[in-house]
Design a protein. Structure first.
Length: 61
């Protein structure tokens, strides 16, 4: 499931609103270690572009 989420986030990364929507869905879908791995991957891959969105979404995760 984590690989699927990564693919979706990569495909929607052109649009900030869509990216945030899909990221929130992914966080609700995943559990434990998968969320930590997703967080690390997101900050590495999209940290420069969407840092504010990542901070907002991962605060509650």
């Amino acid at each position: 499931m984590l690989n699927y989420v990564k693919k979706v986030l990569t495909k929607v990364s052109f649009d900030a609103q869509l990216f945030e929507k899909e990221l929130r869905k992914a966080i609700n879908l995943l559990i434990g270690d998968d969320i930590r791995e997703l967080k690390q991957w997101c900050y590495t891959r999209f940290g420069n572009q969407y840092e504010a969105i990542l901070n907002r979404c991962f605060v509650a995760a």
